[in-house]
Design a protein around this ligand. Structure first.
Ligand SMILES: [Zn+2]
Length: 116
């Protein structure tokens, strides 16, 4: 079952339901981070400012890796080099996204009916 928030990873033991609708079918999530996203009714269909910043942060890491192996033409990478490049990008993206979200500088969107 796919995570209802990121729609990318496998849901693992996390579930959220909107207490206002009292559904018996909780939305499955892959992590506390995605469950929090569901709870705040964010969803992550379009990249938010944190994800865009995480992509930007991953870019120089990809460049550093390519520089370290002396290759800039992706077509000549070995399979191992390609997989390492992907790992470098994904790890840098996730690390920056976690840093951004853990910094707590993201206000939860207003819930319907709230006055905040
Ligand atoms: Zn997820």
């Amino acid at each position: 079952m796919r995570c209802a928030a990121c729609r990318l990873r496998t849901a693992r033991g996390f579930g959220w339901f909107d207490p206002r609708s009292l559904t018996s079918q909780p939305l499955a999530a892959c992590s506390m981070r995605c469950m929090n996203a569901l709870c705040r009714r964010w969803g992550v269909v379009d990249p938010d400012e944190h994800e865009i910043a995480a992509i930007a942060a991953a870019s120089p890491m990809a460049g550093e890796y390519l520089e370290s192996i002396g290759k800039t033409d992706l077509a000549v990478l070995t399979e191992s080099e390609w997989l390492t490049l992907l790992e470098v990008i994904i790890t840098a993206y996730q690390d920056e996204l976690a840093r951004q979200l853990d910094a707590g500088q993201h206000a939860a969107p207003r819930l319907p009916g709230s006055r905040r």
